[in-house]
Design a protein around this ligand. Structure first.
Ligand SMILES: [Zn+2]
Length: 242
């Protein structure tokens, strides 16, 4: 049986002397492994399909040891992401997050796919400050999985216009000083401001945003910790938070 899917390459690993295994992410199948045969040779036709970020149309066939890519045509390679070290680490972090999450439904799978594509396009083709896309990606991911971060009021007592804001890692929500607990951490003014600005901003408008210096890293630490608490998984974001 031959199957045609539009997928993004999440990662690749060596297999035998000349083959590569690639982890593909598509709307139809979620994440699945497939083998690229003989792609390590210099003139290999599908060589490009082993590169992370690569987005294209893959024809898959069932082989003896799993699925084999029999044909590939590129839609967008995002190769510019590999040429800029800062963008590369940020884009690799997006793929690592997708690598870690699981899907419980088709709408969830589709929403994450659309989000990843949007984030990669913004990172690749727009002039956006470092780590803004990664922060925005995490904020949107939390919404897809049903735990959006509401910043208008204390999630516990509903108080508005609160002076000191705390992030409660037990449930991924914001609380006031009266409702804070052992599992909450105070957010600095600039971190909270970055959270509000990026929550309200679309990917299209990210290039017009300027956050207070350093606040994007402060926010990223909070969002990554929240991710690990919500998904019960560790994240290794190489070159970004290390
Ligand atoms: Zn409260």
């Amino acid at each position: 049986m031959t199957e045609k899917i539009q997928a993004i390459v999440i990662k690749s690993t060596d297999r035998k002397e000349k083959d590569k295994n690639i982890l593909l992410f598509s709307i139809e199948k979620g994440k699945c492994w497939a083998t690229l045969k003989g792609v390590k040779g210099s003139g290999a036709k599908m060589k490009i399909a082993q590169n992370p970020f690569c987005f294209g149309e893959f024809l898959l066939e069932n082989g003896k040891f799993g699925q084999i890519v029999t044909s590939f045509s590129s839609i967008e390679t995002f190769h510019e992401l590999s040429e800029d070290v800062e963008k590369y680490f940020e884009a690799t972090s997006l793929l690592e997050i997708v690598n870690v999450v699981e899907f419980s439904s088709m709408p969830e799978q589709k929403a994450v796919f659309v989000l990843l594509l949007q984030a990669l396009k913004t990172l690749c083709f727009k002039k956006v400050s470092q780590n803004y896309v990664l922060n925005k990606f995490l904020l949107e991911l939390f919404k897809i999985y049903g735990f959006p971060i509401e910043y208008e009021k204390c999630s516990c007592c509903n108080a508005r216009a609160i002076e000191r804001i705390f992030f409660d890692y037990r449930n991924g929500e914001l609380v006031c000083v009266n409702c804070k607990n052992f599992h909450s951490e105070e957010l600095s003014k600039i971190t909270f401001s970055a959270l509000k600005i990026l929550s309200d901003c679309t990917f299209d408008k990210l290039s017009t945003v300027r956050l207070a210096e350093g606040s994007e890293l402060g926010l990223l630490r909070v969002l990554v910790r929240n991710f690990e608490a919500r998904f019960e998984k560790n994240l290794k974001l190489i070159g970004v938070l290390s």
